[in-house]
Design a protein around this ligand. Structure first.
Ligand code: THG
Length: 264
């Protein structure tokens, strides 16, 4: 599975402080730790202050790219901010994200046309975040139609069906699985991704719910996830599940992750 390391996010208090104080070392440390723990991409999100978002993103991009060899996942709800910082990336990464909302694909798709960038697409639109399977599949179709217009291969799109909190919508995960199944039937090479923390919001022992989410979603074909790769329990669940599913020849990755201290 493709691991997108989530820890450089300005909505986390420690990161917010580091951004405000321009504490470079703090960000370097988060980048290095996540890379060592096996992150394939490093997510960078400036946080909640739109007036300084572009400056913050550029600052984060320079530090992370200096510190580690991993590509970036540029995380912003504002396509204009992504457009403004795009040429500061040294290598193709992932844009996080577009959606069915008017104007988003129209800014981002021309930017990534003819490049090797991937794009995360959220299944929401101008009318909000649908909780039902049909609307999510419908939005996916609209996004994939637009991608085709810009000759963007479906394999470069990661659909994020936006899971809700299980505590408030008891069938949210079942609907996530059904959405993934339908999307993959329609577009066999498209990727499906998810953040892991929303599912357990408001519940005790959140890690139990998050790890079980990851295990079942992997079995059902989830391709990438936005997670904390420094969370050893999560990484143990990931490597154990991949080995159990026959995706890890001679259990090499499982054993290597153990030896490197990633899973314990
Ligand atoms: N989908 C997409 N992008 C996203 C999300 C998504 N970007 C933001 C968010 N959701 C994913 N990012 C985070 C970042 C940090 C945390 C949760 C989600 C968080 N981190 C704890 C910390 O670093 O202190 C540790 C969590 C842990 O130990 O597992 O809470 O859904 N496309």
């Amino acid at each position: 599975m493709i691991i997108i390391g989530e820890k450089i996010n300005g909505t986390i208090p420690g990161v917010k402080r580091a951004i405000q104080e321009r504490d470079e070392e703090y960000i370097v440390n988060l980048a290095v730790k996540q890379a060592e723990a096996g992150a394939d991409y490093i997510d960078i999100c400036a946080g909640t202050m739109p007036e300084v978002e572009i400056d913050t993103l550029i600052w984060l991009m320079e530090i992370v790219q200096e510190a580690v060899e991993k590509p970036l996942c540029i995380d912003s709800p504002n396509p204009k901010a992504i457009e403004a910082v795009f040429d500061k990336a040294k290598a193709p990464g992932i844009i996080n994200s577009v959606s069915g909302e008017e104007g988003k694909c129209e800014v981002i798709f021309p930017l990534v046309q003819g490049t090797e960038w991937d794009v995360i697409a959220l299944t929401c639109d101008n009318s909000g975040i649908p909780a039902d399977v049909e609307s999510r599949v419908e939005i996916t179709k609209q996004i994939m139609d637009k991608a085709q217009k810009y000759s963007i291969d479906p394999a470069r799109i990661h659909i994020d069906p936006l899971v809700m909190a299980l505590a408030t919508d008891n069938s949210t995960f079942v609907k996530f699985l059904n959405t993934m199944q339908q999307i993959k039937k329609l577009y066999p090479s498209v990727k499906v991704t998810s953040g892991l923390s929303n599912i357990s919001f408001g519940m005790p022992l959140r890690k139990a719910v998050n790890q079980s989410f990851l295990t079942i979603a992997l079995y059902a074909g989830m391709d990438s996830a936005i997670i904390d790769p420094c969370n050893k329990g999560m990484m143990a669940a990931l490597y154990a599940t991949e080995a159990l599913l026959g995706l890890d020849k001679f259990c090499r990755n499982y054993n290597k992750a153990y030896r490197k201290g990633i899973t314990h």
